[in-house]
Design a protein around this ligand. Structure first.
Ligand code: COA
Length: 122
């Protein structure tokens, strides 16, 4: 059973401006930052995709991103095939219904990044 669906789109240039002016880099986990840094030409796109995934996760839950959530504990990693997977810290996992599974898809171009998250009853 599908419990929730969330989608978000991020303007890459807007995220770049925010990275310059605000302390939002800490919204990304060390692993997310390392992955983005490993692809310098796409760094902003990749971070924008992860920002979109965090927002989409909040939308799929129905609450949106809550200010008390540590965003770097909603982490996007990849499985062996390269598919994005959302890894939650123990405290963030507690916001999910029991045995819920989280599915994520991300796409990005130079201008925009988008992500879709589906939460399913496991
Ligand atoms: C990998 C592929 C799906 C990416 O699509 P694209 O149009 O080039 O790029 P998009 O911006 O739309 O999507 C990029 C995102 O796709 C996601 N992605 C990568 N591999 C994926 C897979 N196997 N399944 C689902 N999503 C995948 C990633 O989240 C990636 O973003 P990220 O690197 O920031 O996490 C596409 O290039 C493809 O099908 N390539 C052929 C297979 C291939 O090379 N696979 C490599 C991994 S084995």
């Amino acid at each position: 059973m599908i419990l929730g669906v969330g989608i978000d789109i991020v303007e890459v240039a807007d995220l770049e401006r925010r990275l310059e002016r605000e302390t939002i880099l800490n919204a990304f986990s060390a692993g997310e930052q390392e992955y983005a840094d490993s692809l310098p030409l796409q760094r902003s796109e990749i971070l924008a995709g992860r920002w979109a995934a965090k927002e989409a996760f909040g939308k799929a839950l129905g609450s949106g991103l809550r200010t008390e959530w540590p965003l770097n504990e909603i982490e996007v990693a990849h499985d062996a095939m390269g598919r994005p997977v959302i890894l939650l810290s123990a405290r963030m996992a507690r916001v999910l219904p029991f045995k819920a599974k989280v599915h994520c898809s991300i796409s990005h171009s130079r201008a925009y990044a988008t992500a879709c998250v589906v939460i399913e009853q496991g």
